[in-house]
Design a protein around this ligand. Structure first.
Ligand SMILES: [Zn+2]
Ligand SMILES: [Zn+2]
Length: 216
């Protein structure tokens, strides 16, 4: 398998910051560097990887808080999320104070993503799917060749993303999951923003919020 991954839980929210890398080239992306940059860089170094970019699923502090310093330190371009999350990225400074995080800096991504875009990690290609609901600009990354999705805070093992934030929308979230994620296939393994991995098939069976029987 040419795409490899390793998750490093970061921040007090134990957010699954994930390294993705191309086995052939060892070139890597860091997805959602919410903080604890030293731990992320240690994981990069231990695996002999060469970081080439930062990918972001959505604009929440625990997913993007480490982006500005990491991007500056290693001169990494930032791709994602969708532009509709710009207001969240602008708010992270205030959010950090509110949640008692260390001070953070805001930033502007080099590339906003939209539905149907692709992003590369080394020689590997991932598809971008816009999945609004938890935040309006949330995107997920899907590697079709290995049936792996990084879904941020859209879907968790046994749960779904919160929708009690400004500009959240519960029905949009349900539609994102059932109309955009499920068609990718039951066999898809996913890394959520928090907690353990699961598969779409497993969640369609057992997730109390989005199991098929809820809508049958
Ligand atoms: Zn979130
Ligand atoms: Zn989160």
């Amino acid at each position: 398998m040419a795409l490899q991954f390793h998750s490093v839980p970061v921040t007090p929210f134990q957010q699954n910051c994930t390294l993705l890398w191309c086995d052939d080239s060892k070139r890597a992306a860091v997805v959602d560097p919410g903080g604890d940059i030293d731990r992320i860089l240690k994981a990069v170094e231990e695996r002999g990887l060469k970081l080439e970019k930062i990918l972001l699923t959505h604009g929440h502090l625990d997913h993007v808080g480490g982006t500005a310093p990491l991007s500056r330190q290693l001169n990494l371009p930032v791709e994602g999320p969708h532009e509709a999350d710009q207001f969240w990225i602008e708010k992270i400074v205030v959010q950090a104070q509110m949640y008692g995080f260390p001070p953070v800096e805001t930033f502007t991504p080099d590339r906003w993503l939209k539905d149907g875009d692709t992003v590369t990690v080394g020689d590997e290609v991932l598809e971008v799917v816009h999945c609004p609901g938890h935040t309006p600009g949330h995107v997920i990354f899907f590697h079709r060749a290995s049936n792996l999705a990084l879904v941020g805070d859209v879907l968790f093992a046994g749960s779904i993303g919160r929708t009690d934030f400004p500009m959240s929308n519960h029905q949009d979230l349900i539609d994102s999951i059932t109309k955009k994620l499920w068609p990718l296939g039951d066999a898809v393994k996913f890394i959520p923003g928090h907690g353990p991995m699961s598969t779409f098939g497993q969640e369609r069976q057992t997730n109390p919020f989005v199991a098929d029987k809820r809508f049958g």
